[in-house]
Design a protein around this ligand. Structure first.
Ligand code: HSE
Length: 438
């Protein structure tokens, strides 16, 4: 069979990994596909920077049209990231009848519906394994191996930058800003880390997962997104004292005709399997009605793992082309007309346990004031810690309360009421607790 000809748009770090993988593992790929996979053209605005891999003369171009207009190229890999011009390029490639492989979660989270609809119209495939969890083969598993299940929940650690920062805060008792600074110096965090540390990257990945797991279209704006920049060393210390670790979790649940889709720092029990996923590693755990809980973990980013997922998609597409199988599966696994819009539960209606940290004066009536407001809003206290000053001192002390299961709306109301009290010295913070992530 003739080799499969591929065009690559975006020759950065990941693109260079794809070039190297296709070269180093050409033999094993050929032995699995029955044909070679050849990068015929690579388009990037910068074709002079040394990417550490050699490409043959004539492969590099600054014009994406060299890819779109090449009728031998049947697959386009999009690796420029972001919303535009990635969306325009992907739609153009689809229009030209080319299959797409992309690692771009931001694009899929916001414009997936348009892209998939265009692909359906043209009868081409869109593969995106690398968009969630880097090298972890979770999306293909959901679409294929777990296709027989109703999936009820999916959650995980999906951002290596945040997990690295939280791990070091936990292990060293360090503060967020100090760890972020060293992470940037070591190249683990981007110079502008906003999308990572504010949870946006994780929310993009959750949008993709929720669609695949529950067969729904989700409006990205409906995903409640909080990052880790407000987590302090004190939060990490108190969480540990109560038997928990703080992780930035993406949580998706499908219960009684509604879904929950939220990203926020979450306290999880120390003995939960996901609590030991440390550093830049990612983990995704989901529960299907027949299979039960399944957990995937591995490297969620980086040149080699991401290239592994991208070339895995290329191999799958090439096998289909070779078998003349056409478009065997819809992009989300569910048939296109079976995808519905399931309402997203408003945050005020979710229920959770909470760790609430107050900063209050150490004087009579303080606990009474706090407990009174919590009680008024139906919030029951499970346990609490107050660290008193050793000698009399008028500076505030932390009061940390663990609640039983409560409605988020009630927690918000109680805290805003408590924050009006004279005895409260700083804005009160809280962290949600997930004891039963199944
Ligand atoms: N920046 C991401 C992370 C990888 O830190 O995990 C790409 O989504």
């Amino acid at each position: 069979m003739k080799d499969i000809q591929v065009g690559l748009i975006g020759f950065g770090n990941i693109g260079a990994g794809v070039v190297r993988l296709l070269r180093d593992n050409a033999e094993i790929i050929r032995s699995k596909v029955g044909a070679g996979i050849v990068l015929k053209r690579i388009a990037d605005l910068d074709i002079t920077t040394d990417r550490g891999v050699s490409v043959e003369r004539g492969v590099l171009t600054t014009s994406v049209d060299d890819i779109f207009n090449d009728s031998e190229i049947s697959v386009v890999i999009e690796l420029i990231g972001g919303y535009e011009p990635a969306k325009t390029f992907v739609l153009k490639a689809i229009e030209k009848g080319k299959h797409i492989v992309t690692a771009n979660k931001a694009l899929l989270a916001l414009h997936g519906t348009d892209i998939f609809a265009a692909a359906v119209r043209k009868g081409v495939e869109v593969q995106f394994e690398a968009s969630v969890g880097g090298g972890i083969p979770v999306l293909t598993a959901i679409k294929s191996n777990l296709a027989a299940n109703n999936i009820n929940s999916v959650f995980g650690i999906m951002n290596g930058t945040c997990n690295y920062i939280l791990t070091r805060m936990t292990q060293e008792g360090a503060d967020f800003s100090d760890v972020l600074k060293t992470a940037q110096e070591l190249g683990y965090a981007e110079p502008d880390p906003t999308f990572d540390v504010e949870g946006v990257d994780t929310a993009h990945k959750l949008a993709v997962l929720v669609s695949l797991c529950f067969g729904t279209r989700i409006d990205f704006k409906d995903i409640h997104t909080e990052g880790i920049s407000n987590i302090s060393g004190l939060d990490v210390k108190y969480a540990a004292q109560f038997g928990y670790r703080i992780k930035l979790l993406a949580i998706g649940k499908h219960v009684e005709g509604e879904i929950e889709a939220r990203v926020h720092p979450t306290m999880i029990p120390l003995d939960s399997p996901i609590a030991d996923i440390n550093g830049v590693f990612n983990a995704i755990r989901l529960t299907g009605d027949f299979v039960g809980p399944v957990m995937f973990s591995g490297r969620g980013a980086g040149q080699n793992p991401t290239a592994s997922a991208i070339v895995g998609d290329l191999v799958g597409l090439s096998r289909n082309m070779k078998a003349g199988a056409g478009r065997r599966m819809s992009p989300l696994g569910f048939l296109d007309d079976a995808i519905v819009t399931i309402p997203v539960k408003p945050m005020a209606e979710i229920t959770s346990k909470y760790m609430i940290r107050f900063s209050a004066l150490d004087k009579p009536g303080v606990l009474g004031g706090i407990a009174g407001s919590l009680g008024k809003h139906g919030i029951s206290i499970e346990s609490m810690v107050q660290t008193a000053h050793e000698v009399e001192d008028s500076s505030p002390v932390p009061i940390v309360i663990m609640t039983h299961e409560a409605r988020e709306g009630s927690i918000q109301k109680a805290i805003s009421e408590i924050d009006q009290l004279d005895i409260i010295c700083e804005k009160t913070s809280f962290i949600r607790i997930e004891d039963n992530l199944e």
